[in-house]
Design a protein around this ligand. Structure first.
Ligand code: NI
Length: 224
C-alpha cells in the first residue's frame, strides 16, 4: 500500500482498491499539495473535530460518496450533515472492506470550530494487507502507548512532533519507543509558526534508538 503525505496530519492511504484519508485538512492548510476537487476517496477518518484535523471531511465525503469512520459524536455530526458515517468508540475495532480500524485513546481535546462538542479525541490503528499503521492523532505522550506496542506489531507510526498542541520531539521519540514502531513518520509540525519543529533532529533521535524514520514532504509517497 501507499502512504502519501499531504502536509500537517493529512495522510492518504491507497490500497489496490480503496483510498482512505486521515485528517483531511485541505482548505487553509498552507502545505497541502492537493486541491479538494482533485481528491478521490472511499473512506475518511478524522481523529477529532478540530479544524486542522476534521478539515474538509464533510465536503470530501459528499463529493466522493465516501464513508466517514469516527467516534460516535463525529459520526452523528456527519450523519446530520447527510454524510455516510460509521460510528465507533475508543477500544473498539471493526473490519471494513479495506481492513480493520481500531480507535485508541489520545490525550487531547475535541470540538468543532464553532465550539460544538465532538466527543473525545482518538488515535487509530489501521490493519491493512497484513501491516499495522498507528496514527496517534493529536496527543500528548501517555504511558498506555506501551500497550499499543504490546498488543500488536506496529509497522509504521505517524506521530505528531509539533509541540505546543501535541507531543514535541522528545516526547514523540519516547512514544515511538513505547509503541515499538518499525518505521516512524513525523506529522503535525511546521504548518504554523507555533508548531515549528526540527524533523531532522527527530530523525536523528529515532535512529539513535534503532528505528527507521521517514521525513516526508507534501506529495511524498512511502510504500509499506
Ligand atoms: Ni487538535
Amino acid at each position: 500500500m501507499k502512504i502519501i503525505y499531504h502536509g500537517h496530519a493529512f495522510v492518504s492511504i491507497e490500497t489496490g482498491k480503496h483510498t482512505i484519508l486521515l485528517d483531511p485538512f485541505v482548505t487553509g492548510n498552507p502545505n497541502c499539495d492537493v486541491k479538494p476537487g482533485d481528491i478521490k476517496c472511499d473512506y475518511i477518518i478524522p481523529t477529532h473535530g478540530h479544524g486542522d484535523n476534521f478539515g474538509d471531511t464533510i465536503e470530501l465525503a459528499k463529493k466522493n460518496d465516501a464513508t466517514v469512520i469516527g467516534i460516535y459524536e463525529i459520526a452523528a455530526y456527519c450523519g446530520n450533515k447527510g454524510v455516510k458515517a460509521h460510528p465507533m468508540n475508543i477500544g473498539g475495532g471493526y473490519n471494513f472492506p479495506f481492513g480493520r480500524v481500531k480507535l485508541t485513546m489520545a490525550q487531547h481535546s475535541s470540538s468543532y470550530v464553532d465550539g460544538t462538542y465532538a466527543g473525545d479525541a482518538y488515535g487509530v490503528i489501521l490493519s491493512i494487507e497484513g501491516k499495522n499503521i498507528y496514527q496517534a492523532g493529536d496527543t500528548g505522550l501517555f504511558y498506555d502507548m506501551k500497550l499499543i506496542g504490546e498488543m500488536q506489531r506496529i509497522d509504521c507510526a505517524l506521530l505528531p512532533i509539533g509541540d505546543n498542541f501535541t507531543m514535541g520531539v522528545d516526547d514523540a521519540v519516547k512514544a515511538a519507543e513505547f509503541v515499538n514502531a518499525g518505521t516512524v513518520i513525523p506529522i503535525h509540525y511546521d504548518t504554523f509558526d507555533v508548531i515549528k519543529s526540527d524533523a531532522q533532529d527527530f530523525k536523528r533521535k529515532i535512529e539513535s534508538i534503532g528505528k527507521k524514520c521517514i521525513v516526508m514532504k507534501p506529495g511524498d509517497i512511502y510504500e509499506l
